[in-house]
Design a protein around this ligand. Structure first.
Ligand code: HEC
Ligand code: HEC
Length: 136
């Protein structure tokens, strides 16, 4: 049940964006639209983006500033669109990898092509770098 719930969450998080955004023009009237998306749908709404980035935070045990650089105008804020931080690039690669694993190797899962079985949490378990052995 837990696994199924997780799959459903990630399905909404990654794959659901595409169909949801396509079906609902209302979602595209978002004032604070993301400016620099290379993997996620460009018209993703704020709630879905927030759910996804909260998921990254938990899976890696980090804060937003692990991947996002400080704003040049106001150092108290983060410039989410900036690509300055190396970890943001790593995260994009990880998203590509995770999507590919799911698409290629889990396409027969429960007869549903779009269920994302593997997530950031599957490997990371709350660590920046996945642990290779159980801690003593
Ligand atoms: C593990 C790295 C990582 C963490 C942690 C992370 N993000 Fe992100 N974030 C990304 C990546 C990668 C993208 C770009 C995705 C793409 O290119 O499709 C992104 C994009 C965004 C965007 C869209 C910016 C734009 O205009 O293009 C926002 C807003 C955002 N993140 C907010 C947050 C918030 C808030 C947090 C903390 C709760 C957070 N992120 C934590 C990796 C991360
Ligand atoms: C199949 C397992 C796996 C999955 C799934 C996975 N990662 Fe990773 N990730 C790793 C491994 C292993 C490393 C460490 C690589 C190294 O040591 O060079 C890593 C490293 C990283 C790093 C760099 C951390 C550091 O301190 O150097 C980031 C950022 C990251 N992953 C983000 C993500 C995000 C975001 C997702 C989900 C979209 C994700 N990962 C999914 C295995 C995975």
């Amino acid at each position: 049940m837990q696994n199924q719930l997780k799959s459903i969450f990630f399905l909404t998080a990654i794959v659901g964006f595409i169909s949801l955004a396509a079906m609902s023009p209302i979602l595209q009237k978002d004032d604070h639209r993301a400016k620099n998306l290379k993997i996620l749908p460009k018209d993703i709404n704020n709630d879905d983006l927030k759910a996804l980035t909260d998921n990254f935070k938990t899976a890696l045990g980090v804060k937003c500033d692990f991947c996002h650089a400080k704003s040049k105008e106001d150092p108290k804020k983060l410039d989410f669109a900036s690509d300055e931080k190396e970890y943001k690039h790593v995260a994009r690669d990880m998203m590509r990898m995770t999507n590919t694993i799911n698409k290629k190797y889990f396409k027969h899962h429960e007869g549903n092509e779009s269920v994302a079985v593997i997530q950031c949490m599957t490997c990371h378990h709350g660590n920046k770098k996945p642990q290779l052995a159980l801690s003593p």
